[in-house]
Design a protein around this ligand. Structure first.
Ligand SMILES: [Zn+2]
Length: 263
């Protein structure tokens, strides 16, 4: 089970792993906390954007071979200008949800699916969106309640990401990479490096499904990513990274279900 904050987060972080596990015959379930109705787009934020983004999520899930999509139905907390928690967030925002209550609801899906594995986010919530930090809290607690054996925190190895973005900036000088310099995780805390190059086509299809997030403004991350030439794309997006807290630091695991060495 792959737990994400908003539609399109799965495309950037875990799409290759999802396609790989589905191809191996696993039942892959995608859960989002919100429909992303306060995301950046050319249309006004609101209910219609949420419906559009959920339709995009279903298309992405189909491209990746997911068996089921679940939306926990919280309101997208949005992002304050310059980052952080927005003051004008709506009632029912995911960031305001009681962790125990939200975790109980996610745990019910984990139990129903008899899930062997749950992915959440690193404690920083990747680039720091409040809903992503909340995914870390809620996901970790849900796995405790449901007794889920394996919890992987989806992240990005900051080191090659920065190298790739600096390269991309040569072609797209407007790309602002400062936000990425403190985001995600440094390579030395990452326990899993999952090779997903064989699933680059599915991952690209997943990204392309999120059209509302990839068109218009040139500076949107997804839009920039989709403009990257294919050979470079395979290089940057050929690996997905996870941190498993109960695996010894320095583990170099290759598959989500690989048993970690004794610490
Ligand atoms: Zn998100």
């Amino acid at each position: 089970m792959f737990f994400h904050a908003h539609p399109d987060d799965e495309a950037l972080l875990t799409a290759g792993t999802m396609a790989m596990l589905a191809a191996e015959g696993h039942r892959v379930v995608l859960v989002v906390a919100t429909s992303g109705e306060r995301g950046q787009a050319d249309v006004e934020p609101g209910e219609a954007l949420g419906a559009t983004r959920m339709a995009e999520l279903y298309a992405s899930a189909a491209a990746l071979g997911c068996a089921r999509v679940v939306n926990l139905g919280y309101a997208d907390s949005g992002l304050a200008p310059g980052g952080g928690v927005a003051d004008d967030r709506p009632d029912g925002a995911f960031i305001d949800a009681d962790v125990e209550e939200a975790a109980g609801r996610l745990a019910a899906v984990l139990t129903e699916e008899k899930a062997d594995l749950l992915t959440t986010y690193d404690p920083a919530g990747g680039y720091g969106h409040p809903d992503h930090v909340q995914v870390h809290r809620v996901g970790g607690r849900a796995a405790e309640i449901a007794g889920t054996a394996i919890v992987l925190e989806a992240t990005v190895n900051r080191d090659p990401l920065l190298r790739g973005l600096r390269l991309a900036r040569r072609f797209y000088p407007q790309l602002d990479i400062r936000a990425f310099e403190r985001a995600y995780s440094p390579g030395d805390v990452i326990t899993h490096r999952v090779a997903v190059r064989r699933f680059a086509r599915q991952k690209r299809a997943s990204m392309a499904a999120h059209a509302s997030q990839a068109t218009g403004a040139d500076t949107r991350t997804l839009g920039v990513m989709l403009k990257i030439p294919r050979p470079l794309y395979r290089l940057i997006f050929g690996t997905e990274w996870y941190v498993r807290r109960d695996a010894p630091l320095g583990s170099r695991l290759r598959h989500p279900f690989e048993v970690p060495p004794k610490g």
